[in-house]
Design a protein around this ligand. Structure first.
Ligand code: B12
Length: 606
């Protein structure tokens, strides 16, 4: 692996790289930031925001203008997430969701369009790349074909800004009338398969943001915090710190307007509300959307309606008492099982909009006091985090007035090290990041708790056998979803298993090399992006090539779009995975039982 690859894959074995300029930015030379910004501004002379039925319908020139009007008149707006592999299917979805909701007297204000990750590569380099489950658009005119079907604000939220293909995708999104484009959050955490040139990704991101910022109408540069570092911070004030750092980069260094989204992982109602108050007190730019609390969804659709209702309560209340322009996102209750179909999206919206009608009568019973008291703590600790980070990086020789250097440095350091080193909480070694969170975010805590329970339900003999076996595990993920890995590691750590970290978004061949070099006894792979079968095939073939074979445990969302499948939605591939030798695990316990029964009894040939 080249030195550049070593630093670009944050994560892998993580903390060894020193936090100094030579460790973070070892390149003797980097592209010049001002030249990239100038190039983006120059492109804006020809590449302009195009027309869309949304502008004509509401008589506005941008989504920002629309949001500002609604914040005064009727602050509760709705966001639906759409994006099937096929353009025609996605067009049908955009037209039909709008028509069906309108005929019921309801509305949808914006569509979050979910491009496929293969769209993140530069145009011309997309063919043959691994595909996920999202929308693939062949050319720029396809972006227009998608947004022309309904008077709903198009928001290109993923795999545009933040990717190597950022410039061409941003230009196409603008031409299709999008005035909210993301996703800066993704820039910090996402790595496309077999793409190691993070300098090129950063350069494209910077140019694309300058292109968006230089439009004659306001374009919201969107960042979903949960796609970025927020999902992995243990302290909510670090997430607010990330808001402030991104504002500094986009607004002060590039001259654009940043608009934040959060919500997937915000499960605690008071903290969810307090975070909105915190954002509201630090930014006057309208927010894009508050994402549904997807981590609270399981496979029981009926139970998920309870989660939906509970976060709707917080989000509708928040927009009523402190309108920020964020649209509410009622996530379909089938979210944990599959990509929701049109009926399921319409159902979630009908539920939510009827629910909001009833909410107004409930509102006098609600009290925002606890959240209002929590918000200033998040804000002041968030400011401290921002100051610590910028001051610390400057001390290490990073030019914090240079957006390219700053973006690249943050991405390479990663959330864990940023929080450990610069977090605002007091030092306390008993916490995962060595600090007491000022306001704890719940997800990582919950995973630690689940790990505790998972180990506790093994009998004493099983625990002892695992602890005494001296096992070495190589743990990695195929994509950005990291919680499965966090959970697996938390369990293995409690059982004295040595963990070799193959990182997140790791290519299959790199994972095998890491496992072999560490002489791992087994591989534990977590995968979610609908590529399970292709990934495992690649992994198996690399193992064969190296004549290295150890058990491979695999868990997560084990599905894939299979060619010829009628509706282009992913199907479960667990049986195929088993047939090529994987040990499919629905729960972490499945791996532990298999380890006890097979690996400890019959050590594999290394
Ligand atoms: C959290 C989440 C995210 C977070 C991830 C944060 C992070 N840094 O980890 C964020 C917001 C970043 C995200 C992004 C995306 N996501 Co997402 N995400 C989820 C969500 C809500 C939860 C998944 C999760 O982490 N669960 C926590 C784990 C611990 O629990 P679990 O999944 O039940 O796992 C159990 C077992 O499987 C086992 N396990 C898991 N791994 C392993 C490994 C081993 C070895 C073992 C033994 C066991 C094991 O452990 C658990 C114990 O019971 C799911 C929907 C859902 N509710 O499941 C969608 C979901 C996985 N995401 C999805 C998608 C499409 C995306 C995006 C592509 C969307 C987009 N356009 O941006 C991007 C990813 C892009 C990329 N390049 O990678 C889809 C996948 C679709 C599919 N394959 O059919 C889902 C299903 C949502 C949906 N219905 O569309 N996501």
């Amino acid at each position: 692996m080249s030195p550049r690859n070593r630093v670009s894959q944050r994560l892998a074995a993580g903390d060894a790289t020193a936090l100094d300029r030579a460790g973070i930015l070892p390149e003797p030379e980097l592209p010049e930031a001002q030249a990239l910004i100038d190039a983006g501004r120059k492109l804006a002379r020809d590449m302009r925001v195009g027309d869309t039925p949304f502008f004509a319908h509401y008589g506005v020139a941008s989504e920002s203008e629309y949001k500002r009007q609604r914040m005064i008149d009727a602050p509760i707006m709705f966001h639906a997430q759409v994006g099937y592999r096929d353009l025609e299917q996605s067009r049908r979805a955009c037209a039909e969701i709008y028509e069906r909701l309108s005929s019921d007297g309801y509305s949808v204000d914006r569509y979050g369009i979910c491009l496929d990750w293969s769209m993140g590569y530069p145009e011309g380099q997309r063919r043959g790349r691994p595909r996920g489950t999202g929308l693939i658009l062949g050319e720029a005119s396809d972006f227009v074909r998608l947004t022309e079907v309904a008077p709903v604000a198009p928001h290109f939220g993923d795999f545009v800004i933040g990717m190597p293909g950022a410039v061409e995708n941003t230009a196409a999104a603008l031409a299709a009338g999008a005035t909210a484009i993301g996703n800066l959050g993704q820039y910090f955490t996402f790595r496309l398969p077999h793409w190691d040139d993070d300098v090129a990704t950063t350069a494209a991101t910077l140019t694309a943001m300058a292109l968006a910022a230089a439009q004659p109408v306001p374009v919201l540069i969107h960042s979903n915090l949960d796609d970025g570092f927020a999902a992995l911070f243990t302290d909510l004030s670090c997430a607010l710190g990330a808001v402030l750092i991104e504002k500094y980069i986009v607004e002060e260094l590039i001259g654009g307007e940043i608009s934040h989204c959060y919500g997937h992982t915000y499960s605690d109602p008071t903290a969810r509300l307090a975070f909105l108050f915190a954002i509201s007190s630090t930014s006057s730019t309208p927010g894009t959307m508050i994402y549904g609390n997807t981590t609270s969804y399981g496979i029981d659709s009926a139970a998920n309606y309870a989660s939906l209702a509970s976060y709707l309560l917080v989000d509708a209340f928040a927009q009523t008492v402190s309108p920020t322009g964020h649209a509410i996102n009622p996530v379909p209750v089938t979210e944990a099982s599959r990509i929701p179909n049109i009926d399921e999206i319409v159902d979630a919206h009908r539920f939510a909009q009827r629910w909001v009608e009833r909410f107004h009568a409930l509102q006098p019973m609600l009290d925002a006091d606890a959240a209002q008291q929590m918000a200033p703590r998040i804000v002041s600790a968030g400011k401290k985090f921002k100051a610590n980070v910028l001051h610390g990086l400057a001390e290490h020789g990073i030019d914090i007035g240079n957006p390219l250097e700053l973006l690249l440095a943050l991405r390479r350091i990663g959330p864990q090290r940023l929080e450990k080193k610069y977090g605002p909480g007091n030092a306390d070694a008993t916490y995962p990041r060595g600090r007491t969170p000022v306001v704890a975010s719940t997800t990582i805590q919950e995973l630690e708790h689940r790990a505790e329970q998972c180990v506790a339900q093994l009998d004493a003999d099983a625990q002892k056998r695992l602890r005494d076996a001296g096992l070495v595990a190589c743990v990695g993920t195929s994509d950005v979803h990291e919680y499965g890995k966090v959970l697996v590691e938390a369990v293995l750590r409690r059982l004295n298993v040595t963990i070799v970290d193959a990182g997140v978004s790791t290519d299959a061949d790199a994972l095998v090399v890491t496992a072999e070099q560490a002489r791992a006894d087994f591989v534990a792979l977590s995968t979610y992006n609908g590529i399970a079968l292709d990934y495992l095939r690649e992994l198996r073939s690399e193992m064969q090539h190296r004549t290295y074979s150890v058990p491979v445990y695999i868990g997560g969302k084990l599905n894939q779009i299979v060619p010829g499948n009628q509706n282009d939605l992913p199907v479960d591939v667990s049986e195929e995975l088993v047939s090529i030798g994987a040990i499919v695990c629905v729960r972490v316990e499945d791996m532990l039982h298999h380890l006890i029964n097979s690996v400890i009894e019959e050590p594999p040939q290394k």
